[in-house]
Ligand binder design. Structure first.
Ligand SMILES: [Ca+2]
Ligand SMILES: [Ca+2]
Ligand SMILES: [Ca+2]
Ligand SMILES: [Ca+2]
Length: 158
């Protein structure tokens, strides 16, 4: 009786070893991450980024920030193809994923008007947004500028 119990225990112990990981399959080993960012080398290979660089496209924005926070392409310096690098557009408060929105070429600051609503045209009011044209022939929106304005208005009557 005692001999058969030892045999049964021996079989139970032997079974799990047959269901374990295959030789060379080590799930506990940390995934390779050459550049130490949020993406493993395998994930970078899938995404098309450089596993040895945290900024694969060299636009000044890290791969992980582009993918997870900004929503731009970490493999393209100019995601929307409008001629301005992703980081340039962020610096001038332009949408790097919208080709219709770009930095002003003449160097005007591109502000963020927020939730402005026109309240009138008297002193202290928020006036309606106006599209004007600058010396480069580029359309500039008045609400992109911040601070008080002095509008010079000249007309002539014959
Ligand atoms: Ca990496
Ligand atoms: Ca980048
Ligand atoms: Ca990019
Ligand atoms: Ca762009």
């Amino acid at each position: 009786m005692r001999g058969s119990l030892v045999l049964a225990a021996g079989i139970l112990v032997a079974l799990p070893s047959g269901c374990g990981p295959a030789p060379g399959d080590d799930d506990d080993a940390p995934a390779e991450n050459t550049d130490g960012d949020c993406l493993t080398d395998a994930e970078e290979a899938e995404l098309g980024t450089d596993p040895a660089s945290t900024d694969s496209d060299g636009d000044g924005l890290e791969d992980c920030a582009e993918r997870d926070e900004i929503g731009t392409d970490p493999t393209l310096a100019d995601t929307d193809g409008d001629g301005f690098d992703d980081a340039e557009e962020i610096a001038c408060v332009s949408d790097p994923a919208d080709a219709a929105e770009t930095c002003y070429a003449c160097g005007w600051p591109h502000g963020d008007p927020g939730d402005l609503e026109s309240t009138g045209a008297d002193e202290g009011d928020v006036i309606a947004n106006l599209a004007l044209w600058d010396q480069c022939g580029e359309e500039v929106h008045l609400w992109d500028f911040t601070g008080p304005y002095y509008i010079l208005y000249a007309t002539a009557e014959w």
